[in-house]
Design a protein around this ligand. Sequence first.
Ligand code: 5GP
Ligand code: MG
Length: 468
Amino acid sequence: MTGPRHSCGVIGMYCSDDVTSDIFKALRMIQHRGQESAGISVFNGSKVITAKGTGLVSDAIKQTGMQAINGNCGIGHVRYPTSASKSEKNAEPIEVQITHGTIALAHNGAITNYQELKKKYLDTGWSFLTDSDSELISKIIAKHLIQNNDPVKAIRSTMGEIEGAYSLTLLYNNRVFGVRDPYGFRPLCVGWLGNGYILASESVAIDIFEGDLIRDIAPGEVVEITANEIKSHPSSVNYPSAHCMFEWIYFARPDSVIDGREVYDVRKAVGEILASESPADVDLVMPVPDSGRAHALGYSIGSNIRYEEGFMKNRFAERTFILPDQKQREDSVAMKMNPIRSTVNGKRILIVDDSIVRGTTLVKLVKMLRDAGAKEVHVRIGCPPVIAPCYYGVDMKSRDQFIATKYSVNEICRKIGADSLGYISVPGLVKAIGKPENDICLACLNNRYPTNISGETHRFQTTLRNSY
Ligand code: 5GP
Ligand code: MG
């Protein structure tokens, strides 16, 4: 499959006071969900005003003068970088003008029938400015709005056309909507701020205002928020959900609560289960910072083996994962991590990371620990082997990039130079998440996809398609 894939962060807000600077603050709380670009759209009393740009929230929005805009409702977006993306053009919110006013849309996820739908609309004479699926969604909503000027109906009709993963916030003139796809792949929750409501990808964006997390938006639900009300338009179809396991394992902040489960708690449970599934006779347990920290702590608790910090991470180093070539990725790991020699020297060490994708990070880290005098280096991983591409918003594209599609666990262990290697099992992961297996998307681990993807196997025998 081709087409854009991105896991991002979205915000929506409606309050009795100005929301512009609060949307800015909320976006900074979900900055980890995307650093490529950021944007805000606010209704200023007469029209929708959008400011967006590349880089971190503070760079992208601060200099635009957006802080001077006053408005009671608006939305915001942070975009996750992928090596191929054209950042400036694809920044969100995407604005579309129609007869009745302006739509601004912020999207987290990936539309799996994007190419098919885009072709269909190109053939009817539409044109597109970007290769972003968010532009397509906003134009389809606009098409339906022009027909009936009823935003809920327009959103529902759009949901009948698009497939895949989408958590959306939508500003339509002075109205704010939140939408979650029928499978609930990507998170979206709603909170009370004392003077209005907030929609957010993660609950940490509610915490900073000392607000209350009210609930998650249900899969397939459309909500409208005002300063004093949440109007719910639930789905009439009851699908099994397919919450992305990678949100808990890697993507979300540990202090967020997603679909009723705190991310930190899940990661710690992963570590404890790993300790029982894959024990080791070692002196110290160490995290690969920052992503493996809670998993390692759980392993230490589960195994009763002492926890120590073995690496210092350079906070200002670039993100390794998205660099375009292997040499750059390897150099970047060295820039990012440095061993603490006094803790490592002469010890049998077990390091815990959240996931192995290509294996780049661990090859480097194991060698670093040996160079720093480690006697043995064992590796444990908080996510089962990644073997299949994600079509729902995580930047893991093709099977040939995954080390686990080419090699067995023993071979990977040899490749990364470790004394032993253990991954958490799929049942262990499901247990740590604490939800029924059928409510979690495990497609990147078991090759079974919750929706129809051409060339891939559906996770159920019977085929479910969106119907509204
Ligand atoms: P590898 O080095 O094996 O290719 O990737 C695994 C490392 O990258 C882990 O330390 C994990 O925390 C991180 N990682 C896994 N998935 C992603 C992702 O989608 N984006 C980014 N930036 N890092 C990731
Ligand atoms: Mg990491």
